[in-house]
Design a protein around this ligand. Structure first.
Ligand SMILES: [Zn+2]
Length: 204
């Protein structure tokens, strides 16, 4: 007799570095992590394409090399750019995944964290749809918090930083509008897990 539908086991939360609750859209822009290196850091970014336009779908196109470079002046200025992040969270909290967390996505560029260069090697990159310096939506914090908590369970991650902290002077995202206190509370991590200048980013 056939097994009833309800007896199917629940799929695991993570499978080969892919998160069950994310929409999977595979990017060709990735590579292997160095041998034996596991993610130890979450890097928070802000992005929107063109900057300030939300819900356009263009970020997903950029990360999959499908962007029409001639569709906007701004796109011409980044023509040929090959980048990716592991995750993208839209303004309404929708979660997309482009690269397995077991692999190395191309989000950080030239960067350094606690004396270690090339943060792409040992980090998971999460892009929030937004503009650096401006605010983010509660739905984004909700998605980010549950995703980050799950990442902390699955990987030996002990730190969270912004792109601005690992590429100071070159990058400003996510910027002053990002509520670090909210993420800290949600994850139950101590201040030592966050960059020093995020300690008073918002009242506790
Ligand atoms: Zn960034």
């Amino acid at each position: 007799m056939a097994q009833p539908e309800t007896s199917k086991p629940t799929p695991p939360l993570w499978q080969d570095g892919w998160y069950r609750f994310a929409r999977r859209l595979e990017s060709p822009n990735f590579g292997p992590r160095p041998a034996g290196v596991k993610p130890a850091l979450i890097v928070i970014h802000a992005i929107s394409l063109p900057p300030g336009d939300y819900g356009s779908g263009q970020v997903q196109r950029l990360f999959t090399n499908q962007l029409d470079w001639d569709a906007h002046d701004y796109f011409r200025s980044i023509r040929g750019l090959k980048v990716s992040a592991h995750f993208f969270i839209t303004r309404d909290g929708q979660l997309w995944q482009f690269v397995s967390c077991n692999d190395r996505a191309w989000h950080a560029g030239e960067s350094s964290f606690r004396g270690k260069d090339n943060c792409n090697d040992f980090s998971v990159g999460i892009e929030l749809e937004g503009l650096e310096g401006l605010f983010f939506e509660q739905a984004q914090y909700d998605s980010l918090s549950s995703l980050s908590a799950s990442l902390l369970q699955a990987y030996p991650i002990h730190h969270v930083a912004g792109h601005e902290h690992i590429a100071p002077g070159r990058k400003q995202d996510p910027g002053a509008g990002f509520n670090w206190a909210m993420l800290r509370r949600a994850l139950g991590l101590g201040p030592a897990s966050f960059p020093a200048d995020t300690a008073d980013s918002a009242p506790e």
